[in-house]
Design a protein around this ligand. Structure first.
Ligand code: FE
Length: 197
């Protein structure tokens, strides 16, 4: 953590990501490379995510906004999967970094087609990072790898992801359907709360 005025891990991460976003002529590849290092440090310790943003819902997976850059250059979200929960096949349209914090998840990658073509599956364990982007592969389906406990990953996207118009896909036909995800929470965590983690 590099900010002297910020006392929480999340606050430090917000500040470090802001510094990356401020760099002139910074490429997506550089953002992913340096952002990956920062996110690795954030998810290396599982002692900072407030319980309110780690709460599973019995009926659907949750996406809690933790912070959004005022200029919407990036957003930070905790994804919480209850036992056995899964996303549809979907894209992002912007770069994204996924850092596993708790539990484990499976990311099945797809390419367009009719039916959609599954190209591989990655299992993320705590501390591991995955990348999505239109330039490196943007379509996947994510599932909780556990059927007896919640799993949580921390995501960083190159936009205010909850407001981005993107697509879910029908696995059989490849047909896209537009959606805007929104967020699950009604309020944000306070990264200046003075807790020294
Ligand atoms: Fe995704």
């Amino acid at each position: 953590m590099s900010a002297r005025t910020v006392t929480s891990r999340l606050g430090g991460f917000n500040a470090d990501m802001t510094r990356l976003a401020e760099r002139p002529d910074f490429t997506e590849a550089q953002m992913l490379d340096e952002g990956k290092t920062l996110l690795s440090l954030l998810v290396a310790r599982d002692d900072w995510l407030p319980d309110e943003y780690a709460e599973p819902n019995p009926h659907y997976y949750c996406q809690y906004l933790l912070y959004c850059d005022p200029l919407e250059r990036f957003s930070i979200v905790s994804f919480v999967w209850g036992p056995g929960q899964t996303t549809p096949i979907h894209n992002h349209t912007v770069w994204g970094l996924i850092g596993m914090l708790r539990g484990a998840e499976l990311s099945r990658r797809f390419e367009s087609g009719s039916p959609m073509v599954e190209t591989g599956v990655d299992r993320l364990e705590p501390g591991m990072i995955d990348v999505v982007s239109p330039s490196v592969g943007d379509i996947h389906k994510v599932s909780n790898a556990h059927d007896d406990r919640a799993s949580i990953s921390i995501h960083v996207y190159g936009a205010n992801i909850g407001a981005v118009a993107r697509n879910v896909f029908d696995a059989e036909t490849g047909e896209p359907r537009s959606f805007v995800s929104g967020y699950s929470n009604r309020r944000l965590p306070n990264p200046w709360r003075g807790v020294n983690v």
